[in-house]
Design a protein around this ligand. Sequence first.
Ligand code: HEM
Ligand code: NAG
Ligand code: NAG
Ligand code: NAG
Ligand code: NAG
Ligand code: NAG
Ligand code: NAG
Length: 359
Amino acid sequence: MATQDKPTAGGVVALAAAVAACALCLLPAPARAQLRVGFYDATCPNAEALVRQAVAAAFARDASIAAGLIRLHFHDCFVRGCDASVLLTVNPGGGKTEREAAPNNPSLRGFDVIDAAKATVEQSCPRIVSCADIVAFAARDSINLAGSVSYQVPAGRRDGRVSNESEANLNLPLPSSTAKVLTDKFAAKNLTVEEMVILSGAHTVGRSFCSSFLDRIYNGSTPIVGSGLSAGYATLLRALCPPNANQSTLTTTAIDPSTPAVLDNNYYKLLPLNLGLFFSDNQLRVNATLNAFVNNFAANETLWKERFAAAMVKMGHTEVQTGRCGEVRLNCSVVNPTSSSAELGSSAPAVDDEGVAAS
Ligand code: HEM
Ligand SMILES: *[C@@H]1O[C@H](CO)[C@@H](O)[C@H](O)[C@H]1NC(C)=O
Ligand SMILES: *[C@@H]1O[C@H](CO)[C@@H](O)[C@H](O)[C@H]1NC(C)=O
Ligand SMILES: *[C@@H]1O[C@H](CO)[C@@H](O)[C@H](O)[C@H]1NC(C)=O
Ligand SMILES: *[C@@H]1O[C@H](CO)[C@@H](O)[C@H](O)[C@H]1NC(C)=O
Ligand SMILES: *[C@@H]1O[C@H](CO)[C@@H](O)[C@H](O)[C@H]1NC(C)=O
Ligand SMILES: *[C@@H]1O[C@H](CO)[C@@H](O)[C@H](O)[C@H]1NC(C)=O
């Protein structure tokens, strides 16, 4: 650089580097550093084992937490990419956070498990492992603990510094979404129609609040007949949820009532019986294109489990920040103080633009 011999050289060089790094972060995904399996092998070899321990401990206390952690990764990735923006309790730019948006509040859970995992990882190797990678590892561990296959998680995600409520509302599908809207929202994240059906199979675990299916069982306070929900199931749900239920009504029900804690292919078997809980679930049955995939996965559980793992890996690549973009958050709930994040730029493991950790 021509300014190297001037007194301000350091500053200018640093500024130029920052500008270059920033420009790099704006490039389309293929031009940026790639995620890779074993990203922490040299810098924090026990990172994935520590996350697994934290998830297993939480799962031993409450097996349903697996569902919460799988959904957490999905809701992170669909808003600003898999950058742990969903964990932030404060948006530095002001305004409400993703966490406060209706699709996340009060239903999203598992934050405490991520915090516990982060705490042990920080103790073992400070300032190395991003919250976004912890969320991705925790989803993988949850899937395995809940009875499906394990898989390798490409890592190297960096944490974002923005969390915006309205972006969550714009990007996340709703239980009232039609087949077209569901397809479009997944396509916006480079996920195919088939992958949308595959990932929806996650509804074989977990729970829902009344507000997410109330419009399928009541028209005002009148019971609905023939909404695509089996009459017996609708009666059962009405016994659980009053017509005036809302987001502060704490009652929840299993999405897959027969095996609510097992990640099997039962979701696809329930759909043809009119036992898909959400309007969106039922769209996978009434639309012939989508239903062809449903039938394949109902017929072959091994097939679905393999495809689900692959689709989770693909979803985990959504709009990720890598290399010198973003930061490694110290506390998953809040962005780093600006001074400490500048310092982190140099103390974080040096990563070249191909995503290879320099030793
Ligand atoms: C296709 C569009 C989707 C829609 C419209 C949707 C909607 C919902 C809704 C409304 C709930 C219940 C929230 C509440 O408690 O009120 C829920 C729960 C859940 N969703 Fe989805 N979802 C979709 C796709 C996915 C995907 C792709 C995944 C993961 C790969 C996923 C995983 C889960 C899990 C595991 C739960 C249970 C959460 C818990 O027990 O804490 N969903 N979803
Ligand atoms: C949040 O995102 C919306 C939609 O992209 C934008 O209009 C708004 O200014 C953002 N809010 C903040 C505080 O950045
Ligand atoms: C079924 O869903 C596909 C994918 O979203 C869409 O292209 C098609 O138009 C839908 N078919 C009907 C009959 O709605
Ligand atoms: C979209 O998905 C395809 C097929 O999996 C992949 O080859 C491509 O790199 C992805 N594009 C982006 C921008 O993520
Ligand atoms: C929410 O529903 C409960 C009944 O489950 C009701 O008592 C309460 O008034 C409702 N709150 C609002 C804000 O409508
Ligand atoms: C089910 O899917 C698996 C995995 O793709 C495949 O190996 C197996 O042959 C399939 N089984 C049947 C009965 O089609
Ligand atoms: C992380 O930040 C939150 C919000 O400021 C705070 O309540 C919490 O104690 C912090 N956690 C740790 C481990 O420092």
